[in-house]
Design a protein. Structure first.
Length: 644
């Protein structure tokens, strides 16, 4: 993920001129000489990192004390001594490169005598763990130095005083107090949000005055359109019709929770965790397979999108009438998603940058800079093909791909409106084409079917660009959704009568298919990973199988064959999370990113800790999602809040 984000320069989000102006070689020498014999050096030493613990668990980061360093501000004689936080990377084995993770897990036992006396031990160990030509293993240390100095100056000064072994290191970036600067994005954001809050306050005040003081029955739709009171009432109004599919609320809500849990675990790896080796070993357990299946949850949303783009079509619509109203079909979708998407982009480009800070804030700065330079590609839903590296709002790739699939769906919908034969021919051909496209990309690039294989092959950035957010490779669940949507559309008024035998067979197949997916993914995550034709086959069919399972659940529940599952998925408690799911989806990853980027220490992975973090993220995301939907959702423009 880090390499994926590096296409955007995070330091454009900081005041680079401040860094250059702060440097003063002569003043640095003067301050270093003074600090050598002064107690003022103690805060610099205290705020600097020491060798991190847990290196054998692959912890390679020691942050030091970021805020203590930046708070150093002393006057001494004619000098103004301030702290500057920098990090440096020290290769843990000089000039060696990174071994595969699974080989580190199998590292042989050795004695101290062997390590110190055997000249061939290191070379034997390198051969055993299969050193590969990839990025250097490095220990990242946060260092606190005087503001006027560079890391090299401080290092040279220390070595001139004390004889220490020569260690190769790479200078990293530095941070100063107040180095975040206002840009055009900030002025636009404060202007837009300031105006929005002002209009919301005025609209709410007018609405409350009109309703409770004046007691007028006139609705004044335009003047009350921004009223928090009216929009909250609309958000909490759960009226349904005979065409409503209640079980979708539960499916969408549970899928959204699953997505947040999955992203919480992913960011434990990317942050990274203090004991990342334990985390990677945990992902290979049978009980953790539910997390490894989380990437398929997004295919639930693709399936629902394909289903609803057909299911909501008016009855007895002719192909000609549909073609004449195609502009409504497109503009409805675009206008429906734009307010919350635009709000999220503006928040990412500005407000989120100012919320907090930390030694790893560069992760947030990458996303901030990506949104400042590529906001237009996100809003136009073309970011996966226009310079795909450096996506603004990492999770918005889904909305981009989904919108592209929605925009090409009329080429299939036209055949659905002609006849049943034409409909199933078009759907079948499209489905086969989607599987063929998926098979081509998976075979050509030899991508694994599960994400764990990527941690071993170390090509996550290429996978994300060429496969994960590539529209043809994500089309099969959408097409499966259109198939089930067509069945539901045809039987929307008359209902669908199925025999008990057929229903039993379908449920049995669904449970067997679900077990097949779960067990196969469990086997695929076992190390070491190696590309096989079976892995290719599974990569091609797993998303379609998952979409078919969810599609059958929707179909069965809608027509009375869902039993207890339908009762559970249709519970009223799912109504609100489902309605705000779009807002939650567009904000949840930023909630996680703010937390992980602002962390001042590496986090120790345990299942309980991760559940605790995920639960916090879910609660905060739900609150933010509700606020987004109240402020940005408009009746008649966005319609019901669902990810379609």
């Amino acid at each position: 993920m880090t390499s994926f984000l590096e296409s955007s320069n995070p330091f454009n989000a900081y005041n680079k001129q401040m860094y250059r102006d702060a440097l003063d070689f002569a003043e640095c020498e003067k301050q270093l000489h003074f600090l050598t014999d002064s107690s003022m050096v103690l805060p610099f030493i205290d705020a600097s990192a020491k060798m991190p613990s847990g290196i054998l668990k692959l912890n390679h980061i020691a942050y030091g004390d970021y805020f203590e360093c930046l708070n150093i501000n002393n006057q001494a004689e004619d000098m103004h001594i301030q702290g500057k936080y920098c990090y440096l990377s020290v290769p843990s084995i000089q000039n060696l490169t990174m071994p595969l993770l699974y080989k580190l897990m199998e590292m042989p036992n050795f004695s101290i005598a062997e390590l110190t006396n055997s000249e061939g031990f290191v070379s034997d160990l390198m051969e055993t763990i299969e050193i590969k030509d990839t990025s250097l293993i490095s220990v990242r240390l946060g260092m606190c130095i005087p503001k006027v100095c560079t890391l090299k100056q401080v290092g040279d000064y220390i070595t001139s005083l004390v004889r220490v072994p020569k260690v190769e290191y790479i200078e990293g970036a530095c941070r100063l107090p107040g180095d975040k600067m206002f840009t055009t994005s900030d002025y636009v954001a404060f202007g837009v949000f300031g105006m929005l809050f002002l209009l919301t306050f005025l609209s709410t005040s007018f609405d409350l005055y009109n309703r409770f003081i004046k007691k007028s029955r006139s609705k004044h739709v335009l003047l009350s359109s921004l009223s928090v009171y009216t929009n909250t009432k609309r958000l909490l109004n759960f009226e349904s019709s005979q065409f409503t599919i209640d079980c979708v609320d539960g499916i969408r809500s549970l899928s959204m929770l699953w997505v947040i849990y999955g992203h919480t675990y992913v960011f434990q790896i990317l942050s990274p965790a203090h004991n990342i080796l334990d985390l990677m070993q945990w992902t290979m357990l049978f009980t953790s397979t539910w997390i490894n299946t989380a990437p398929m949850v997004v295919d639930t949303f693709f399936m629902l999108s394909g289903l609803f783009c057909v299911y909501v079509l008016p009855n007895k619509m002719s192909p000609l009438r549909f073609i004449k109203s195609i502009h409504i079909f497109y503009s409805y979708r675009f206008l429906r998603t734009l307010p919350i998407l635009g709000t999220a982009v503006l928040l990412q480009a500005s407000i989120f940058h100012w919320i907090t800070d930390g030694p790893d804030w560069d992760r947030m700065a990458y996303c901030v800079e990506a949104c400042r330079t590529r906001w237009w590609a996100t809003l136009l839903h073309i970011q996966n093909y226009i310079r795909p590296a450096g996506v603004c709002l990492l999770q918005s790739w889904y909305l981009t791909v989904d919108t592209q699939l929605y925009f090409v769906s009329p080429f299939v919908i036209i055949f659905l409106l002609i006849s049943s034969t034409a409909a199933w021919c078009a759907l079948t051909i499209t489905f086969i084409a989607s599987l063929a496209a998926l098979a081509y990309y998976a075979a050509y690039y030899e991508y694994p079917s599960v994400l764990n294989g990527l941690w071993q092959t170390q090509n996550f950035a290429d996978y994300y660009i060429n496969f994960y957010m590539n529209t043809p490779t994500r089309a099969s669940p959408f097409v499966v959704g259109m198939m089930f949507g067509y069945i539901l559309w045809v039987h929307r008024e008359k209902g669908l009568q199925l025999s008990k035998k057929f229903v039993t067979i379908c449920w049995t197949i669904s449970f067997v298919a679900l077990a097949y997916l779960y067990l196969t993914i469990y086997m695929m995550v076992q190390l070491p990973y190696k590309f096989t034709y079976y892995d290719l086959f599974f990569n091609v069919v797993m998303r379609a199988i998952w979409a078919a399972i969810v599609g059958w659940i929707v179909l069965a529940c809608k027509h009375g064959y869902g039993g207890l599952l339908n009762w559970f998925l249709s519970l009223p408690m799912w109504k609100l999370p489902s309605r705000v799911s779009y807002g939650v989806y567009m904000i949840h990853l930023q909630v996680i990113l703010i937390s992980t980027s602002g962390a001042v220490q590496t986090r120790y992975f345990t299942e309980m800790n991760t559940v605790y973090y995920a639960s916090n993220y879910i609660l905060i995301s739900l609150i933010c999602g509700c606020i987004l939907c109240v402020l940005a959702r408009r009746k008649g423009v966005l319609g019901p809040m669902m990810i379609v």
